[in-house]
Design a protein around this ligand. Structure first.
Ligand code: BGC
Length: 433
């Protein structure tokens, strides 16, 4: 292992999502989903999670100890707009206070508007399958930008529309638990258009407020799909996965262009709808074609035999991050933010190495002239991992859910030193590996 360094203006941070950490909200679809028996693998639920709603000061204190200079967080739509006709001022004040505290601590917020959870009224009146979602989301984005726009310049509209639609509308393991590839496609069309509408309204709103430094993008979940052994059927499977899971979203949300099978042309007009490209990268998967698996985009998906894996069986494959960033930077030529990267490692056996390996790829990318500007580690602390429940541990900080005690893991200490030194020194290698 060798030392490496990142440029002075490179930002290091952590990421979370409101539903996964806040607790205390009963107006969202996940709260309701958790109440249905058998929906959450370990039987836990999201009603308290990390109780972050009541522990903002403490959690920002921890971020300071980690030496991060930026934080990706999300707003809970169901809290801000508890029903179709009203926006909740107290909630908006709460977020103003949180963001104000972050800025005081020298931490730049990157704020996500939609991270998987919906207000119950929204889902029950058609959710993302209904075209009304576009305007609804635009209105919510406008309110958020008006209320917080003096404090927040950097926004993520939608987190991982591909993961959200696949699990909610095709696999049926997330609310509302449906199984329809047609709905996946309809949802994709609406989410892409909602992103573009939000992109425009956030820019417009902040411009009217006199701010010219707005940055808006989306966070794309990219999983590297590779043909198992390279047969034509497997190559077809990898092509289909890539197209249905990545390309329709990244093309639509970046350029406004619909490609098959979601459509053709530019329904919202041709443009550049991203000021940065957000990449969430975790792993790669080996695929082969299977016509009987529409729920998996007609593919059998598995981990490469003998590959090192995390607690959830996901392959540890840092080169994938390099490959994706290079590919999409060449195509779009906008700055890249790694909006998520992290691993489930309950015993904290390999997280520090995971961070070392992935940021090494980032340093290689920068050397190769790829404009990667930020890295957000997923996650600041252990949290509610959706249908998996509280069991998987993604945190730099361990959380004891019985007492809400937070403890920085050794990998968190490693990351804190990395943030401070903006790189990995010889001494760190000796100390941690
Ligand atoms: C999501 C997070 C999730 C993480 C780990 C990402 O796909 O945005 O909400 O916790 O992966 O599974």
């Amino acid at each position: 292992m060798d030392p490496y360094f990142l440029p002075k203006n490179f930002s290091l941070g952590t990421a979370t999502a409101s539903l996964q950490i806040e607790g205390g909200d009963t107006n969202n679809t996940w709260y309701r989903w958790c109440r249905q028996p058998g929906r959450i693998r370990d039987g836990s639920d999201c009603s308290v999670a990390d109780d972050h709603w009541n522990r903002i000061r403490e959690d920002i204190g921890i971020m300071k100890k980690l030496n991060v200079t930026t934080y990706r967080m999300s707003l809970e739509w169901s809290r801000i707009q508890p029903d179709i006709d009203s926006f909740d001022r107290d909630t908006l004040e709460h977020y103003r206070d949180e963001i104000g505290q972050l800025k005081k601590a020298g931490i730049t917020p990157l704020v996500t508007l939609h991270h998987f959870s919906n207000p119950i009224w929204m889902e029950d009146s058609g959710g993302w399958i209904d075209e009304s979602s576009i305007h609804r989301f635009e209105r919510y984005a406008q309110v958020a930008a008006r209320y917080l726009g003096d404090l927040v310049s950097d926004w993520v509209t939608i987190n991982e529309p591909n993961v959200y639609l696949l699990l909610s509308y095709v696999n049926g393991t997330w609310p509302p638990g449906e199984r329809s590839i047609i709905k996946y496609i309809r949802g994709a069309r609406n989410m892409i258009r909602a992103h573009i509408a939000a992109y425009r309204i956030i820019h417009e709103t902040r411009r009217e407020m006199g701010h010219g430094d707005t940055k808006v993008g989306a966070a794309h979940h990219l999983r590297l799909f590779e043909p198992k052994r390279g047969t034509p059927g497997q190559r077809l499977a990898a092509f289909l996965q890539n197209r249905l899971f990545h390309e329709i979203f990244i093309t639509g949300m970046s350029e406004g262009r619909f490609i098959l099978p979601i459509g053709a042309g530019y329904p919202m007009g041709r443009g550049n709808y991203q000021d940065f490209l957000g990449i969430n990268y975790y792993t790669r998967e080996m695929v082969s074609f299977n016509i009987t698996k529409p729920g998996q985009m007609f593919g059998d998906i598995g981990t490469r035999e003998g590959a090192p894996v995390n607690d959830l069986g996901w392959e540890l494959y840092p080169e994938g991050l390099y490959r994706f960033c290079k590919k999409y930077y060449r195509r779009f030529r906008v700055p890249i933010y790694i909006t998520e990267n992290g691993t489930a490692d309950r015993e904290d056996r390999f997280r520090a190495r995971y961070i070392y390996d992935h940021l090494l790829q980032v340093s290689r990318l920068i050397e190769a002239g790829i404009d990667v500007q930020r890295y957000y580690h997923w996650s600041l602390m252990d949290n509610f991992e959706w249908a998996e429940g509280l069991e998987p541990r993604f945190g730099l900080v361990a959380v004891d859910y019985a007492t809400q005690k937070r403890t920085i893991r050794p990998s968190g200490k490693f990351y804190a030193e990395l943030c401070k030194n903006r790189g990995v020194t010889e001494a760190m290698i000796r100390k941690y590996f």
